[in-house]
Design a protein around this ligand. Structure first.
Ligand code: AMP
Ligand code: GLY
Length: 426
């Protein structure tokens, strides 16, 4: 195989972890990240282009003879970046990791995803979709459910579109607010209401060419901002991998009852999918149910799982292009990986930026994946809510966590905040 010029789209911890992994590949000739962050600037060339500026992305690809594009976040995929590039770039070697619009809609529309699951008999919570026309029927449906009530804006809402409400009247009011007052804009013109599933969540990741697949390591994400899983939902405050309670039996159930029918469904529906599927699962009494599909890797799950991949990830992506995914060998380390996110004080609500980060040079026991950082003069400063993901590995989960917390104590910035109980429930 020849070497390739690679472009990663995005600027978070997930993209820093991808850049770290791809930059080690013997097939990577040159790496670009658009727009990237301070962390990615040490691994490749950051290019100041917005992820929604498709024209500039195309120009960058053409002028640098880039042949592999890896799309980190969902937004450009849902908006058709893959379709656009496929039309614009006439090069048989060119590949985009990330689905076209007709696959990305699995994340772009909750209603589409639920219909897909129903059509292909994939276990998921009972649901109904409501809009302006049938909102008057919602009372009856809500009353048929037990609290709490799960309301999901149909479209993308920057991770904020799911409400879980304990009170029936509050649920009715929120539904009106979503549909009639467009609480999440166009995204909540339609709302999926579904049964609340009680169980424990697992993030599963599959790389697929729409016919065959490779299962990547599973992870557990810690979404709430506060200790003991309390407080507001965030993008993710930490992750661990592997997930200790996913034993061989549960793993096989996830593969047989969820992953295989999903891949068969893509094929039956003629969705030529290239990229990652992130299947959010709820394990209820030893059985997996799909909570959501995402058409990308998770953040911070990626920061926990990629250090466990021993194979050359770019080589696997290139096999995807030649429909030889099946022949690739995905080698996974047996070590535990623990990721703890440092965030800005106030996140996920209002927070300050521009705080100088110090102490990074003293870190030797962990990987640092930057989320919201940038270079300013001679310094690295905070530029987002999630600042740096700290990942450590060990044979034992508690030792891996201990290393991450020790590393965090070396990293200094004003307002540094983190959850001190990642993995507490395991
Ligand atoms: P989503 O944005 O779809 O990931 O949903 C956000 C979070 O809401 C999920 O990670 C779950 O914790 C929770 N959630 C979503 N759907 C359900 C459900 N049917 N039952 C229980 N919790 C849910
Ligand atoms: N960590 C959850 C997500 O990436 O959506």
């Amino acid at each position: 195989m020849e070497s390739h010029k690679v472009l990663i789209i995005g600027s978070g911890g997930r993209e820093n972890a991808l850049a770290w992994k791809i930059s080690q590949s013997k097939f990577c000739d040159k790496l670009f990240i658009a727009p990237g962050n301070a962390g990615t600037s040490f691994l490749g060339e950051n290019v100041e282009i917005s992820i929604s500026d498709f024209g500039s992305i195309r120009d960058l690809i053409l002028s640098n003879k880039i042949t592999v594009v890896i799309v980190g976040p969902e937004d450009p995929l849902v908006n058709g970046l893959h379709d656009f590039l496929s039309n614009e770039i006439k090069n048989d070697n060119f590949i985009v990791i990330g689905p076209k619009k007709n696959g990305a809609i699995l994340e772009g529309s909750k209603e589409f995803a639920k219909e897909f699951m129903l059509r292909h008999k994939i276990p998921t919570a009972r649901y109904r979709t409501f809009n302006k026309k049938n909102i008057h029927e919602a009372d009856t449906f809500l009353s048929s459910l037990n609290p709490p009530y799960v309301l999901k804006a149909d479209g993308l809402a920057a991770g904020k579109g799911v409400l879980i409400l304990p009170d029936l009247n509050e649920a009715k009011k929120s539904l009106e607010n979503m549909i009639l007052n467009k609480k999440f804009g166009q995204a909540s013109e339609k709302v999926v209401i579904e049964e609340h599933l009680k169980g424990i969540e697992v993030s599963s990741f599959v790389l697929t060419d729409g016919e065959t697949y490779k299962i990547f390591p599973m992870a557990k994400d810690y979404k709430r901002v506060g200790v003991g899983d309390t407080g507001l939902n965030t993008g993710g405050m930490g992750a661990i991998s592997p997930v200790p309670f996913v034993d061989q039996k549960l793993y096989k159930k996830i593969e047989n009852q969820v992953i295989q029918p999903t891949i068969r469904g893509l094929k039956k529906d003629k969705i030529d999918y290239t990229g990652f599927l992130f299947i959010g699962l709820m394990i209820v009494k030893d059985d997996p149910y799909v909570i959501e599909y995402n058409v990308r890797l998770g953040d911070p799950e990626t920061e926990a799982i990629l250090p466990r991949i021993e194979s050359d990830l770019l080589e696997i992506f290139l096999k995807l292009k030649s429909s030889k995914l099946q022949t690739s060998n995905l080698k996974v380390s047996e070590l535990f990986s623990s990721t703890v996110m440092t965030v800005s004080k106030g996140y996920p609500e209002k927070y300050e930026k521009g705080k100088v980060i110090r102490g990074l040079e003293f870190v030797n026991d962990s990987f640092l994946f930057h989320s919201g950082t940038k270079k300013e003069n001679q310094n690295i400063v905070t530029s987002g809510g999630r600042v740096i993901a700290v990942t450590s590995m060990d044979k034992q989960l508690d030792k891996a966590l201990e290393k991450s917390y020790k590393t965090i104590s070396k990293i200094k910035f004003q307002g540094k905040t983190f959850r001190n109980d990642i993995g507490f429930d395991l």
